[in-house]
Design a protein around this ligand. Structure first.
Ligand code: PLP
Length: 470
């Protein structure tokens, strides 16, 4: 650009003061702080100047003050929005770690809002009128549900495992099958956690075959613990062997060492009727004789992020007495939401109350009719060039569980001859509320299994907007 017209464009940029006086901006400055809005305007104008100097971009905005104002308002709104927001999960991945795993039951939501704003008896014994321990809050319902002596709750299952290893086995050996030296994701690897816990990893067997004799032969004076880890996110097929838990229990008892079973996803009900057959159920593991089990609160259990350790009193006590316990303890919100989630199980209403389990167990026909009603409404509003068609596909449980298993699901396939699938995906992501979808073979797929009914209108409008050309 000519230096003259460049300078002219720069001169046309309104001043911060001028912008602050426009009604749209001054309204926002009143809602928050003036200084905050001024800093956003200064940054915005700085970027505008840079873009004018580096090319012709921005020149139009410098002279079109309405355009500039609307972009500036959008920039301020963006900054005022909380960073953590609710999104519409139309991916069909039920336990989506990137999307915060399990959505909470309404009982758990009520507990959050009731307890959040108040003082609570988190560490106070109301009967005795004296200080108590927060662990007591959740222990009774866990003991009742799981049929064990004692239980404790920490921030997540990774912490539960680390604490258990550190409390029971620091400086001594922990026997683990080579087929179970897993990586869970987010760099959670059993050998590394073991090293950090101070325990010494004693690997046995091979990747594909570990025999009960391998466990028996590994036990010696240095052995503190046998650890079994659920192969959550992968399967080994073919020439394989893993001894059943009962056999490992037998060897542990004979050797006089405890057995910890990391079952991963916290499944507390039998989900075989819905096709999920290889997720270990916590009660069964304890009934089979595991001295301790640990699992997540926000995977198949369907509650808030937490790690649960349950089993024999003497081992739970060792964990509780570990000074590290203090660094992993949960607050009142997690304790309340977890107790409310567990109440759904105690009342025998888990499938109805807990969203994750509801999404797994919803009958295909019900999803199909929701899907076709949605498609009918969408069909009436589809912009030119766009089509919506029914497709068959699969939802997945996710969260590192049930790796080979898909739940047959009626999907909606969206295509447009004006907008690419990648563009649709990115537009949906930047809407309010953001909509997260998946793309397969250049087609946008919508899976209503993970969309809550009250979100459907927003999803519909979002799709219509994203499919518009231009
Ligand atoms: C998911 C998982 C973990 C980690 O649990 P977080 O709650 O995510 O910390 C540990 N062990 C197994 C077997 C798992 O599947």
């Amino acid at each position: 650009m000519e230096p003259n017209s460049l300078n002219e464009a720069l001169r046309k940029i309104p001043s911060v003061e001028h912008l602050l006086q426009s009604p749209a901006i001054s309204g926002m400055a009143d809602l928050t702080s003036r200084g905050f809005v001024v800093s956003i305007i200064q940054k915005f104008l700085g970027e505008l100047r840079d873009s004018i100097r580096s090319g012709s971009e921005g020149v139009e905005m410098a002279s079109d003050h309405n355009l500039l104002l609307s972009k500036l308002v959008a920039a301020i709104q963006e900054r005022l929005r909380p960073s953590l927001r609710s999104v519409v999960n139309a991916t069909g991945v039920i336990i989506h770690t990137n999307l915060g795993r399990a959505p909470l039951s309404s009982r758990a939501q009520k507990s959050l809002s009731a307890l959040g704003a108040c003082y609570t008896n988190l560490e106070y014994d109301l009967r005795a009128g004296e200080r108590s321990h927060r662990d007591k809050i959740l222990e009774s319902i866990l003991v009742e549900l799981l049929g064990c002596e004692a239980a404790t709750v920490v921030n997540n299952n990774a912490a539960a495992l680390l604490l258990a290893l550190n409390s029971l086995a620091s400086g001594r050996e922990v026997v683990v099958s080579r087929g179970e030296l897993v990586e869970i994701g987010g760099s959670f690897r059993i050998p590394e956690i073991m090293a950090r816990s101070g325990a010494i990893l004693r690997e046995i067997g091979t990747t594909n075959k570990t025999r009960i004799q391998d466990y028996a032969a590994a036990i010696g004076p240095q052995t503190a613990l046998l650890l079994r880890v659920h192969q959550s996110n992968f399967r080994i097929r073919g020439f394989t062997h893993r001894p059943p838990l009962e056999e490992i229990v037998g060897v542990a008892r004979a050797g006089g060492v405890p057995l910890l079973d990391d079952i991963g996803s916290g499944c507390l009900v039998d989900l075989r009727a819905y096709g999920i057959s290889d997720e270990p159920v916590a009660q069964k593991s304890l009934a089979a004789g595991a001295d301790l089990v640990c699992f997540s609160g926000d995977k198949l259990l369907g509650g808030p992020q937490a790690g649960i350790l349950a089993g024999a009193e003497r081992y739970i006590r060792m964990v509780r007495e570990n000074p590290l316990m203090r660094t992993y303890r949960v607050g009142k919100l997690i304790a309340g939401a977890l107790e409310a989630t567990l109440a759904g199980y105690r009342n025998g209403r888990a499938l109805e109350e807990i969203p994750v389990l509801g999404m797994i167990s919803i009958p295909f026909d019900e999803l199909q009719s929701r899907s076709s009603q949605f498609m009918d409404k969408l069909g009436l509003k589809l912009p030119e060039g766009a089509t919506a068609q029914p497709a068959r596909g699969e939802s997945v449980v996710g969260g590192g569980s049930c790796p080979d298993f898909g739940l047959a699901s009626p999907l909606i396939a969206l295509r447009s001859d004006r907008v690419t699938a990648a563009q649709i995906e990115s537009r949906l992501r930047s809407q309010e509320p953001p909509v997260i979808i998946r793309i397969e073979e250049d087609t946008v797929l919508i899976d209503l299994r993970t969309v809550f009914s009250p979100q459907e209108d927003a999803l519909l409008q979002g799709l219509v907007d994203a499919l518009r050309s231009g």
